[in-house]
Design a protein around this ligand. Structure first.
Ligand code: MSP
Length: 499
C-alpha cells in the first residue's frame, strides 16, 4: 500500500480578502504535498475557511451584509487566489457547510455525554481579536487587543483534566510539536495549571455560530467549531473507512500565533474523543516588514495577487519558500525579492536553459546530442543522483528552504562545469565531446527541473517541454539523444532594480 500524507492549513477567517500570510501557509502545504506526490505517496490536502464568530459577524455588519452573504462574497476570492497560485488542494472546507455543522454537533453531544462539558458562571478577560478568554498572565503580556472584562453563564470543556496526559504525550513524541522552540513554549504554558475551556457564547450576544445540541440558547465558540474541520474534512462521523485511512494527519501547519489553540485545545479535544493526535503540528513564523508582522489591521500587507501579476506565480512561490527558514520569522522586502529572483532564477536556473539551448541549437541543430561519460560528467551525475534521497529527507523534516538550496547547488555546479568545459570552444575541434558536455548539462537541468517542480510547477513544466522530456522521473538518463528541442523565451528575464 502507498504511504499516505495528509496535510492541513489553518482555516482562514473570512473577515477580509486573503493576504500574504494566508498565501504563505497554503503555498507551503501545496509544496509539501507536491514533493510527497513526486515521491510516490498518496496525498490529501485540506484547506478552507473559518466562517463563524464575532470577527466575521462584525466584518459583515460593517459591510451592511448578513454573515452568510458576506462569507459567500469573500469565499470565491480565496478560491481565485488559490487557482492563481497553482494550489492543488483536495478539499476546501467552510465551517458553515452542513457536513461540518453536523460533525460539530455530534462531537459536542459525545463530549457532553462523556461528562467533559459542563455549565458555569465565568468572569474573565475576553479578547475579541483572539475570540477567547485569556489568562491574567496573557493579558499582562500586552499582546492581546480588544480586551474587556466579561461575566456570563457559559459551557466549559474539561480541558484541565488532560494536562498530565498532554505533558506525557509531548515528552514521549519528540516530533509532535515542531520546531523545538515552539514545543518548549507549549511546555512552558503547561507549567501553570491548565484551566477548562469556555466553548460557548450566549445567542443574546453572538448568534453567528453552531447551536449547542443540549442548549438552544447558546452557540459554540469559535475554536471548538473551527478545529474540528481537520476531522470533518476526512470523513469523521461520515465515513469511518475514509477517516481511518487519513486520520491522524501527517502535518498540521499553523502560524506561531495559533500555537496554544492547536497544541493544547485541539489535542485535549482529541483526547476526550479518544482519537489519535496528528503526527506533527508545525508552527511557522511570520512575514514581517521591518520588525512588524504583516497584518490586515496594520495595513502593511503585500497583496499576493499584485505580486503574481507582476512577477509570475512561480517566482512568488519560490521566494516565499526559499526565503523563510521554516519556524523563524522572515522579512519581506522587494529588495530581497528582486535579489533572489535575479540570482537564483535568472542567473542560475534560467540562464542554464539559455546556454544549453543556444549551444545545442548552434552545433547540433537543436537536437539532444549523444553522450559518453568521463570523470567530469560522473561527478555531475552522482550529485544529481543523490538529490532524491537528500531532498526527500529534508522535506520529511520540513526543511524546505534547505531542500531548494540542495537543488540549486546542482544548478550552480553545472553552470561552473559549463564554464570549465567551455563546450563552445570544444565544439570547434571535437564535436562528439562537446555533445557529451551539453548532454550532461541539459540532463542535469532536466533533473533539477523535476526536483523544483513542486515549488515552481509552471516554469519547470515549460523547461521539460523545451527539452522534449517525456520522462518526468528524477533518475539520471531521462533525455533521449536525437530529440528536437523546442524554441523558448527567457525563463526568468532579469529584473531591473528601481530605487
Ligand atoms: N481562523 C483562525 C485559524 C483556525 S484553524 C482551526 C485564524 N485565521 S487567520 O486568518 O487569522 O490566520 C490564519 C493563519 O495566517 C495563521 O496561521 C497566521 O499565523 C497566518 N498569518 C497571518 N499573518 C501572517 C504573516 N504576516 N505571516 C505569516 N503568517 C501569518 O487564525
Amino acid at each position: 500500500m502507498k504511504k499516505k500524507f495528509y496535510v492541513t492549513t489553518p482555516i482562514y477567517y473570512v473577515n477580509d480578502k486573503p493576504h500574504i500570510g494566508h498565501a504563505y501557509t497554503t503555498i507551503l502545504a501545496d509544496v509539501l504535498v507536491r514533493f510527497h506526490r513526486v515521491a510516490g505517496q498518496e496525498v490529501f490536502f485540506l484547506t478552507g475557511l473559518d466562517e463563524h464568530g464575532q470577527k466575521v459577524q462584525q466584518a459583515a455588519e460593517a459591510r451592511g451584509l448578513s454573515p452568510v452573504d458576506h462569507c459567500n462574497d469573500l469565499a470565491p476570492r480565496f478560491l481565485q487566489l488559490w487557482d492563481k497560485l497553482e494550489i492543488q488542494y483536495d478539499d476546501f472546507i467552510r465551517t458553515t457547510q452542513e457536513r461540518h455543522v453536523k460533525v460539530v454537533q455530534a462531537v459536542l453531544q459525545k463530549v457532553y455525554d462523556a461528562g467533559d462539558i459542563y455549565a458555569d458562571e465565568y468572569e474573565g478577560w475576553y479578547s475579541v481579536s483572539e475570540e477567547r478568554f485569556i489568562t491574567e498572565t496573557e493579558k499582562e503580556s500586552g499582546e492581546f487587543r480588544d480586551v474587556s472584562k466579561l461575566k456570563e453563564k457559559n459551557w466549559f470543556f474539561r480541558m484541565g483534566k488532560y494536562q498530565q496526559q498532554l505533558l506525557d504525550y509531548i515528552k514521549d513524541h519528540p516530533d509532535f510539536i515542531q520546531p523545538e522552540h515552539r514545543k518548549n513554549e507549549v511546555l512552558g504554558f503547561l507549567r501553570q495549571p491548565l484551566g477548562d475551556l469556555c466553548i460557548s457564547r450566549p445567542k443574546s450576544r453572538m448568534r453567528w455560530g453552531i447551536e449547542l445540541p443540549f442548549d438552544k440558547d447558546y452557540v459554540t465558540y469559535v475554536w471548538f467549531d473551527a478545529l474540528l474541520n481537520y476531522v470533518t474534512g476526512v470523513g469523521y462521523e461520515q465515513d469511518a473507512q475514509r477517516f481511518g485511512e487519513w486520520w491522524p494527519a501527517s502535518v498540521q501547519l499553523i502560524g506561531k500565533d495559533i500555537l496554544t489553540t492547536h497544541c493544547v485545545y485541539w489535542t485535549t479535544m482529541l483526547f476526550s474523543l479518544g482519537l489519535p493526535l496528528p503526527k506533527t503540528i508545525f508552527a511557522h513564523g511570520w512575514w514581517l516588514t521591518g520588525d512588524t508582522k504583516m497584518s490586515k489591521s496594520l495595513g502593511n500587507i503585500v497583496n499576493p495577487l499584485d505580486l503574481i501579476d507582476q512577477y509570475g506565480v512561480d517566482s512568488v512561490r519560490y521566494y516565499l519558500m526559499r526565503e523563510m527558514v521554516l519556524g523563524q520569522d522572515a522579512n519581506f522586502t522587494m529588495d530581497s525579492f528582486i535579489k533572489r529572483f535575479n540570482s537564483d532564477l535568472a542567473n542560475d536556473f534560467g540562464n542554464l536553459l539559455n546556454r544549453v539551448s543556444g549551444l545545442i541549437g548552434k552545433y547540433f541543430d537543436g537536437c539532444i546530442p549523444e553522450t559518453e561519460e568521463t570523470e567530469a560528467e560522473k561527478e555531475i551525475r552522482e550529485v544529481a543522483e543523490s538529490l532524491d534521497d537528500k531532498v526527500n529527507a529534508l522535506i520529511d523534516s520540513l526543511r524546505v528552504h534547505e531542500a531548494i538550496e540542495e537543488i540549486l547547488v546542482l544548478v550552480r555546479m553545472v553552470n561552473k562545469y559549463m564554464e570549465v568545459q567551455a563546450p563552445w570552444k570544444v565544439a570547434k575541434e571535437d564535436l562528439k565531446r562537446a555533445g557529451t558536455i551539453l548532454y550532461t548539462a541539459t540532463e542535469a537541468l532536466r533533473v533539477s527541473a523535476v526536483h523544483l517542480s513542486p515549488v515552481m510547477p509552471e516554469k519547470t513544466k515549460a523547461v521539460l517541454e523545451v527539452l522534449g522530456a517525456v520522462d518526468s522521473s528524477s533518475q539520471w538518463g531521462g533525455l533521449t539523444p536525437g530529440t528536437k528541442m523546442q524554441a523558448h523565451e527567457a525563463l526568468f528575464p532579469r529584473l531591473e532594480v528601481k530605487d
